[in-house]
Design a protein around this ligand. Structure first.
Ligand code: ADP
Ligand code: MN
Ligand code: MN
Ligand code: MN
Length: 336
């Protein structure tokens, strides 16, 4: 008997890295070991020196193939077995090693847009026009307001069957736009689970002939962009409001806003306009309950006097390893 391992890695595509995967058929009892691929086809190598190494780092049941089949998330390595320059997980590993004793937790809210693959027009928009203005769609119910819920439900079930830390889903402000959340889990796990959850979303989308886009501003004009709000806490923040405020302040320290925005996803200036529940990209602010701030302190956190902060800036197309590394190093560095 055999089973299948789907090896999943992140490519070198610019400006936004994408998921690649391929299948290895294994004999029963055979472990998924080191493998490789042609990096000249993924923007990760030149043709004359094309081999890139796949190092399995996280595996879970494959909820699409079911049975004994598995998903195998990999880090990419050079042939000397050091991290490939596009391997962003390596830095997340280091941040976790350095600051793991502060017990960093992340909850990431992945927004995305369903598109009709032939026209790239949002799913739920009339074929040659626009739906009514935003208002009724966020967390809406009913066939007039909602498109694509079957896909969302299948994706959620798949994430649960895979054992991912999915914590919820909701319909978003723009029709055809949805969100799922991963967390709370540590600096490394949030990226592992979120990348696998993205893989499953694209995969389930194939069955529905729906394209999934994590573009930050898929529709110009008076339509919300797609973000990846990142909720963050440390053990100290979960115990004291002073630590919560210090964390929010640390993200605004000299040089920090620019450093973070550079890692928060392509096209961030187009999304962080100061409209549509965002703060402008060139300003930093934080506040209780403030969805127009860069960083929000949830009202419950202010009331309880402890908890977490929400960095509202990351784009939907950001790399969760990069976002988690930046936040861990900045906030844990300031709290140390
Ligand atoms: P919003 O009100 O901004 O839409 P969501 O409910 O979509 O918030 O997402 C909140 C996320 O924060 C969830 O993924 C949740 O697991 C996570 N979360 C909750 N508590 C903490 C915490 N103490 N530290 C980090 N993340 C947390
Ligand atoms: Mn949310
Ligand atoms: Mn949202
Ligand atoms: Mn949010």
């Amino acid at each position: 008997m055999t089973y299948r391992a789907e090896y999943i890695w992140i490519d070198g595509n610019t400006p936004t890295a994408e998921i690649r995967s391929k299948t290895k058929v294994l004999a029963d009892g055979e472990e998924p070991g080191i493998w490789g691929f042609d990096g000249s086809s993924t923007n990760q190598a030149t043709g004359d020196n094309s081999d890139v190494v796949l190092q399995p780092v996280f595996q879970c049941p494959d909820p699409v193939r079911k049975g004994d089949n598995i998903l195998v998330l990999c880090e990419t390595l050079l042939t000397d077995l050091t991290p490939h320059p596009t391997n962003t997980r390596a830095a997340a590993r280091e941040a976790m090693e350095k600051y793991g004793d502060q017990q960093p937790w992340f909850g990431m809210e992945q927004e995305y847009t369903m598109l009709e693959p032939d026209t790239k027009w949002p799913y739920g928009f009339p074929p040659h026009g626009f739906p009514g203005p935003q208002g009724p769609y966020y967390c809406g119910v009913g066939a007039v307001k909602i498109a694509g819920r079957d896909l969302v439900e299948e994706h959620t079930s798949a994430c649960i069957e895979a054992g991912l830390a999915i914590s919820g889903t909701n319909a978003e402000v723009m029709p055809g736009q949805w969100e799922f959340q991963i967390g709370p889990v540590d600096t490394l796990t949030v990226g592992d689970h979120l990348w696998i959850a993205r893989y499953l979303l694209y995969r389930v989308g194939e069955f529905h002939h729906v394209e999934i886009s994590i573009e930050a501003k898929p529709m110009k004009g008076d339509w919300n962009g797609a973000g990846m709000h990142t909720n963050f806490s440390t053990q100290a923040m979960r115990q004291s409001y002073e630590a919560v405020e210090l964390a929010a302040k640390s993200l605004g320290a000299e040089g920090k806003p620019a450093e973070h925005l550079a890692g928060y996803g392509h096209g961030i200036e187009d999304r962080l306009t100061g409209e549509h529940e965002t703060q402008r990209y060139d300003q930093y602010s934080y506040g209780v309950s403030d969805r127009g701030a860069s960083v929000r302190i949830p009202w419950q956190v202010a009331k309880d006097g402890k908890g977490y902060i929400e960095d509202r800036r990351p784009n939907a197309n950001a790399d969760p390893y990069v976002v988690a590394t930046l936040m861990t190093n900045t906030v844990c560095g300031a709290l140390a």
